[in-house]
Design a protein. Sequence first.
Length: 220
Amino acid sequence: MNMDKWIALVRNRMEELGLTQEQLAERVGVSQGSVGHWVNKRRQPKIESMNRTLVEIGMPHYSVSLQLRIQGQDGEPSVYEVDDSDDDLDLMQYIVCFRYPVLGWDELGIAEGAEPGVFEQTDYLAQGKAFWLTVENDAMSDASGRSVPQGMRMLVDPGVDVEPGRLVIARQPGKPAIFRELAEEGGQRYLKALNSNYPTLLCEEGCEFLGVVVRVHGSF
C-alpha cells in the first residue's frame, strides 16, 4: 500500500505553510483527530479525503487512485481503477499519482505564470517543480549502451542535484535549451551527447541547468 508518499507530501506541505492539524482539518471538513491519525499512519483516509487534502494544501495537480491488480496468465498484471467502497480491499493498492505539466521546449523559462494545458501522471514525487519534455532529436540516441531516442517523453526535476553523469536540460547563454549528459574533466564541465555524431560542448560561463531527467517513458 503506497501511503508513505502521500503522508510525506502532506507533512512537508503543512510545515511549509505553517498549517496545524486543526487548521487542515477545518479546511478538509474532518476532525483534528482524523488528520492526526492520517499523518501518523494510525488510520487510512478515504480517497475522497486524500484528494480533498491535496487541494486544500495547494496541490490540486496531485491525485490518489485505488487500483485493482490482477495477475494474468502471461504474467502481466491487468490494472483496473476502482473506488474504496468496493469489496476485497486486500487485493487493491493505493497509488499516489503526481501530475506534472507537459511543456514544449519553447515554453521553458517563459511560462512560469501560465496554466499548462496538458498534464501527465507518474508515481514519482518531485523535489522541485517538475515538468515533462519530449526528446526532439537523436542527440541522445545510441545504438549500444545508454540511449534516449527521439520522441521519448522525459520527466525533468529542477530540485535534483546537478552532478556529472546525470542527464540534464541545460541552457547556454543566449541559446535554446538542450538535452545532454553532464560530464566533468579537470574541473571543467561539459555537455555531452550520447550520439557520437554530435559534438561535446563546453559549459560556458552562465550556463543554466533547468533540471535533471529522472524518468523517461519506455527507458528507465
